[in-house]
Design a protein. Structure first.
Length: 372
């Protein structure tokens, strides 16, 4: 029966122009892609939450209440939520899920990556969580990327794009690690959302918006896992510190080399075998092509471990082991206004009992609430 059907279809399409067949293939491929997006969203929408944080300040005897919002997602069956660090020293933080809000504790925040880990005080009756799996490399350019976001007060929804590259910096600001750049347009309330590939594998978290390009930076899955694990364990992320200063110089091939300029006094690099003028070739497993690659290597190194610097000196490659220490003072995070997180007026749950309460257009009465 199947052979007969195949023969019939072959005869049917044999007389059709190739352009018609190409158009039919394109339609079929589009429907397959559409079905995959719908399926992945259906499987993960119960892991997506809207995160809100508020803080009260006094100005000229007036009370000002700031409210910021973003997207987050459950990363454990115990109610942990990974999201962007919306508001430092917030008075209250809560997540909105399935029409209810759930007051949350801040397990920890990382000012370097601008990521926070929350834990809801009372679990929803039914929810799922995003599985990290084994973090891999940044997907190839042209790969599909699918974000699940909660923009402003709208329902969670998928946003499809493609991977456009990986970047060590934006303008003059170095990222803490290489960022994935995607064509996913991230707007207010959409920072902190999970990003998956079409196999359903977690590949990152929306980090910052590039509104002029209708695109975004995504913190890769490997970095998310490193931050999540540290925040779960200690409530903070401990980074390694090399203490080496570098400059970029033009070489004879009209390319650029990364050259050791010096070392910070008292740093691991200061007591190592590195010399001024050494050309950095590799740090650990990372090839060094720019200053961002040095920061990327430090991001994944652990304090107390030995990291091998491979340098070129007088035409010879040398290995210089350095025992790295903890970073003394973290750099300033990317300002919130650059991450395109909306600051809006909205419903603020009262302090008190952490039982979930429906999120409605008007502020709820009282501080004891219940779930629908």
């Amino acid at each position: 029966m199947k052979r007969g059907l195949a023969a019939f279809l072959s005869l049917l399409f044999a007389g059709l122009p190739s352009t018609h067949l190409f158009a039919q293939d394109s339609v079929d491929a589009s429907l397959v892609l559409q079905g995959r997006v719908i399926d992945l969203f259906a499987r993960h929408k119960t892991a997506i939450v809207r995160v809100k944080a508020t803080r009260e300040t006094r100005d000229d005897k007036k009370i000002k209440r700031s409210l910021k919002m973003g997207t987050g997602f459950f990363v454990s069956n115990e109610g942990h939520v990974l999201t962007s660090a919306l508001l430092r020293d917030a008075d209250r933080v809560w997540v909105e899920f399935d029409g209810n809000f759930f007051l949350s504790d801040v397990v920890g925040e990382d000012p370097v990556s601008n990521v926070a880990l929350l834990k809801v005080k009372n679990l929803p009756e039914k929810f799922s969580f995003v599985v990290f799996g084994e973090p891999g490399d940044i997907p190839l350019v042209g790969s599909f990327a699918l974000a699940f976001t909660s923009a402003l007060e709208f329902q969670s929804a998928p946003a499809l794009g493609i991977v456009q590259g990986s970047e060590p910096s934006f303008g003059s600001r170095l990222f803490p690690t290489r960022m994935m750049r995607t064509s996913i347009a991230v707007g207010p309330g959409e920072v902190g959302a999970p990003v998956l590939d079409l196999d359903g594998k977690f590949i990152g978290l929306t980090y910052a918006s590039l509104p002029d390009l209708r695109s975004s930076f995504v913190l890769p899955a490997k970095a998310c896992a490193r931050i999540r694990d540290d925040l779960l364990l200690t409530g903070k992320v401990t980074y390694a510190w090399f203490g080496v200063t570098v400059v970029r110089k033009l070489n004879a091939q009209n390319g650029f080399d990364v050259i050791v300029e010096g070392a910070v006094e008292g740093s691991p690099a200061a007591s190592s075998g590195l010399r001024k003028g050494d050309r950095l070739v590799r740090i650990g497993d990372s090839t060094i092509r720019n200053r961002g690659d040095v920061a990327h290597s430090a991001f994944y190194a652990r304090p107390g471990q030995f990291v091998t610097f491979v340098v070129s000196r007088e035409g010879k490659e040398l290995e210089v082991p350095i025992r790295v220490s903890s970073r003394p003072i973290p750099p300033d995070p990317i300002p919130n206004e650059q991450t395109e997180i909306a600051e809006v007026e909205g419903v603020v749950p009262e302090k008190g009992d952490s039982t979930p309460k429906p999120s409605e257009p008007n502020a709820p009465d009282g501080n004891v609430s219940k779930q629908n």
